[in-house]
Write a new protein. Structure first.
Length: 277
């Protein structure tokens, strides 16, 4: 275990379910939207565990606890080993949840559950190399989870009283591939592996931490192909399971699976050797 945290309240309601024999406990507060929040948060956690296990490897613990926590809406959530803390601003004290509230729950839960794989199981220095955990969690949330049909997406559509449109997801994937193709053609790039205290003033810290790093992983998967990329990620996860990894370790695993000129050129455009640990 890398760290330790406790969240406690005598006002919590607790609802439990299972995914891959892992017990998921959702600790949440009573409220007019509490039932909806409980359903959506639990289902997102279930689908996240199943999907990330398939993509990366097994979740290392027998339980996962979700808790509503007193964060601001800007924070979203926080992760610890076996513990996911989600901001209570999403549903707390609201008479009716908005579409944005539903979206936030799915985004925050899938993102923080992804951290159970990257940072909590495969550790890294989150201050000097945050691209290894935050970037991968954002990629897992936006690209892996959001673009995969799940029971969460079906539940979301039901709550929004709209019908699922399979062709819409295909269109989104097609558009993403077109954008990635253009990015490769234009040799798009930005250095993403700055330590937190070295990010240039011209860069927006949030954009560098999340969007820039997500782009790197997305382009990497595009160039390697999904099958080869998934193999490399499983290799990385298994090799550094409950260990500490560095940027050099990650790059070495990628090059082990694909040492092509295209992949090496991409790495040069996004990763500065100066800041590799």
């Amino acid at each position: 275990m890398r760290d330790f945290a406790i969240v406690a309240s005598n006002k919590f309601k607790v609802s439990s379910t299972k995914a891959n024999d892992i017990k998921i406990n959702n600790n949440y507060y009573a409220g007019k939207s509490a039932k909806i929040y409980n359903q959506l948060a639990k289902q997102t956690a279930v689908d996240s565990i199943k999907l990330f296990t398939k993509k990366y490897g097994p979740y290392p613990y027998s339980e996962l606890d979700l808790t509503e926590s007193p964060f601001s809406s800007d924070t979203g959530g926080m992760e610890y080993s076996g513990l996911v803390m989600i901001t209570q601003d999403t549903f707390a004290r609201k008479k009716a949840a908005s579409k944005e509230d539903y979206d936030s729950v799915i985004e925050d839960v899938s993102h923080e559950v992804a951290h159970q794989w990257f940072f909590n199981t495969v550790g890294n220095d989150e201050y000097t190399e945050p691209w290894l955990d935050e970037g991968m969690a954002e990629f897992s949330e936006d690209i892996i989870f959001d673009l995969t049909p799940t029971k969460t997406s079906a539940l979301y559509q039901k709550m929004m009283k709209t019908k699922q449109d399979a062709s819409l997801m295909k269109d989104v994937k097609k558009l993403l591939n077109q954008q990635l193709k253009t990015a490769v053609k234009n040799k798009q790039g930005m250095i993403i592996n700055y330590p937190l205290n070295k990010i240039p003033k011209k860069y927006d810290e949030t954009d560098t931490a999340y969007n820039g790093r997500k782009s790197f992983y997305s382009l990497l998967r595009y160039l390697m192909g999904e099958k080869k990329f998934d193999q490399a990620m499983r290799d990385y996860y298994q090799t550094y399971y409950l260990k500490q990894a560095t940027g050099k370790d990650f790059i070495a695993i990628i090059k082990k699976h694909d040492n092509s000129k295209a992949v090496n050129d991409l790495i040069k455009r996004y990763i500065s050797p100066k800041y590799l640990q």
